[in-house]
Write a protein that binds this ligand. Structure first.
Ligand SMILES: [Ca+2]
Length: 291
């Protein structure tokens, strides 16, 4: 049994973890802004012993740190992003239940919400400036919304399925996953395809790429129906890191097989990730840096 709370099991040979992240669970505050600390739940004391991180290029297994746990409200989570003000943008799926929400971290009720048409199944979501882009699964429609008031804006389209979406500011594109092993780079203005990248690990395609998160030039992806998150170098398509979050799923112990890990949002305030799942009752703040 390892110590309660944050558990770091750094093994020999794991260099390069000094990326400036801070220790501890300090409340997230933005410059010039007074932020009330979000409601939190106890950090699990047994869940993290076997969670593994394989840092970039090393293959070394490392422990994973859960920094904090927050309650959350209902929702078949298909997309999650941290807004500039620290609130969460949450895309919810299922026909007849799909919507987009702005939710305070640790809150169980949305502050702002808008419903999708009944025939649209909400999927991944991301932000460009003051516009949110929300995918739908099979309808080819991408909804855009003004932020933070979620007024409906232009409807755009994609030719195939929409699963995950993230904004790569450095490359000026949106990365789209469609459940296959490819990532498509889309122009934000019209979603025209700029590039298609095949994602592989050791020469094998990595399929079922789902909810995405763009962080400093890399693309992080949930693998649908698994407890795994991969970090992808979109320049090469190579998976450069794999993260096993099965202990978080075990901690939640969802009773529906479709209530899988989904929802991945990088918090630029401290470099951690917020991770959750479909209809999970918690959001975990996790340090996935791993070097
Ligand atoms: Ca995301």
């Amino acid at each position: 049994m390892l110590a309660a709370g944050a558990v770091m099991v750094a093994l020999a040979g794991c260099a390069g973890t000094g990326d400036g992240q801070e220790d501890g669970a300090s409340p997230v505050g933005r410059t010039g802004e007074t932020t009330e600390a979000p409601q939190t739940l106890p950090v699990p004391d047994t869940a993290l012993e076997v969670v593994a991180v394989h840092p970039r290029g090393t293959g070394v297994t490392q422990g994973l740190e859960v920094v904090a746990v927050y309650p959350r409200g209902a929702g078949f989570t298909q997309g999650l992003e941290v807004l500039d003000d620290g609130r969460l943008l949450h895309s919810r799926g299922r026909f007849g239940e799909s919507r987009i929400e702005v939710v305070g971290l640790g809150q169980t009720e949305a502050e702002v919400a808008a419903d999708l048409p009944e025939e649209h199944f909400g999927e991944g979501v991301t932000v460009v400036g003051d516009t949110a882009y929300q995918l739908t699964w099979q309808s080819g429609v991408v909804h855009t919304w003004t932020l933070p008031d979620l007024q409906a804006s232009a409807e755009l389209s994609i030719p195939g399925q929409g699963w995950g979406l993230c904004h790569d500011e450095g490359r000026g594109v949106l990365w789209l996953s469609d459940g296959s092993s490819t990532l498509q780079a889309l122009a934000p203005a019209d979603l025209a395809v700029q590039e298609v990248v095949q994602v592989q690990d050791g020469g094998s395609p990595v399929t079922r790429l789902n909810e995405l998160e763009c962080v400093e030039g890399d693309v992080w992806a949930n693998i649908w129906h698994s407890d795994e998150v991969v970090r992808i170098d979109p320049g090469s398509g190579d998976v450069v890191q794999r993260v096993d979050l099965s202990e978080l799923a075990a901690e939640v112990d969802a009773d529906d097989p479709e209530h899988v890990l989904n929802g991945l949002a990088h918090d630029p305030a401290d470099g951690t990730f917020l991770v959750t799942g479909k209809e999970w009752d918690r959001i975990f703040r996790v340090d996935l840096s791993g070097g």
